[in-house]
Design a protein around this ligand. Sequence first.
Ligand SMILES: Cc1cc2nc3c(=O)[nH]c(=O)nc-3n(C[C@H](O)[C@H](O)[C@H](O)COP(=O)(O)OP(=O)(O)OC[C@H]3O[C@@H](n4cnc5c(N)ncnc54)[C@H](O)[C@@H]3O)c2cc1C
Length: 484
Amino acid sequence: MTNYDRTSTRPGDHYIASLNDGRKVWINDNPVEDVAVHPAFAGPVGVLKTFFNELHDPELKDKVGYVSPVTGEYVHKSFLVPQTKEQLLERKAAFEYWVDETDGLMSRLSESGRSIVTGWYASRAKLAAYDKEFERKITAYYEQARDEHRILVSVVADPQIDRSKEQTELSDPDLALRVVSENEEGIVIRGAKMLGTAAPYAHDILVLPEGRLQEGYEQYANLIIVAANSPGVEIVCRDSFALSPQEGPLSALYDEMDAAVVFDDVFVPWERVLFYRNPEGVYQAALHKKENSLMHHQSVIRLIAKYAFVTATGFSIAEAIGAERFLHVQEKLGELVVQLESLKALLVVAEIEAQPDEFGTWWPKALPLRVAIDAASRAYPRAIEILQLIGAGGFLQVPSADAWANDLLRERIGKYYRGARVDADTKVKLFRLAWDLIGSPAGSRQELYERFFSGDPVRNFAAQYLEYDKQPLLQKIQKRLNSR
Ligand SMILES: Cc1cc2nc3c(=O)[nH]c(=O)nc-3n(C[C@H](O)[C@H](O)[C@H](O)COP(=O)(O)OP(=O)(O)OC[C@H]3O[C@@H](n4cnc5c(N)ncnc54)[C@H](O)[C@@H]3O)c2cc1C
């Protein structure tokens, strides 16, 4: 579908060039001419470029990549369909390398969307039961995405207008994304999706409906892949939260842009319509199913790296100001350790209990991964609260970046801004770093992300109860009640 020039450049360089493709991205009230060079995207786009080029690095290519059976070139391991447990762990090692480099602060290093597609590809024979064309279409897309190093993001929720209403009850039919026409070539969709993180600099957008759709809602029950530069796609960004490296050392690098995506009568060829008016097919491919445990595996690996970074920040703050000697501070730091080690344990359980399916694909056990994601939706905000409780007002005793240039202020800072065991320069840098997790716009967004990235936590926790295999537990009670 695209004319990917394999000979010209390394994948990261090619990625940068590929973004100048006529896409329509808006930031503030301006269309963005070239997202690859716009300062609002410079951090994450630069990280992605570096990482993609590692597929050509003799030292790293075997860690992050494997050889495509079609092109003979290195492609990222998120596309690897694990045929053994060792391959599942190879995928993990590739993810770990990137999330350790970014301390888990970037959720869209491309492996998340790629793992969704890899899961569908690995389940193609099963999902073909809901549409016989599914297998052929997902195979073609998977191979193209893998061999052209495409970045995919997903968009699920319709705009947040009136959640008390079903799609069909909304005042304007365009408020829920739907199909407005079809012909022999494909379909035309109209509507908007509320949030697509990294959509401004992705190649393709996976468009899905939210929840399980019932009879009568077929027009919304589609699973579609839309090229980000398709005519009619408008990507509308929020404000940039990227600060200067001095002010926001994390947000300068890792402010992943969130954007609403408007589909203004966008034509999608049938090749990219994986399920059409097919509530059951869409539900079976939905993001919480076993077919997506490869994606959830990646999410938990990222969560662990991020939680470890926040934990390390907590330790560092406490020790910088001599607060680690207080019992309640030790208790809070211990809580961070307990949560971190619990997440790690859940990941290991999912890997130990991994099983091959009838097609030979090794899937990590889904339940511990879902438990880790749901647990972290509460543990991460609590970790941020712990940082606030330990650092307290110290987060605001931070001079502006240029205060150091003034002789008098520099002398005052050196004297009054130091910590128990660190000099003023180190303490100010540490507290700025921590502020970029707990108080800056990008830090607040990171917290909101962990609460919601996998859907509404209220409904996710309820689903844990509703979908849990309750019988073995209930039998215990029954046994007691039956005993005399
Ligand atoms: C930083 C960030 C990045 C994101 N990136 C992406 C992305 O890349 N792709 C993507 O698809 N999504 C993304 N999301 C969206 C995310 O999936 C949603 O925020 C999440 O699914 C919750 O939906 P909502 O925000 O529409 O909240 P709503 O569904 O509008 O919920 C608002 C409130 O109403 C309650 N509520 C609403 N409906 C019900 C109901 N039926 N039953 C019970 N309670 C209800 C909720 O519990 C909540 O308290 C992102 C979100 C954030 C915060």
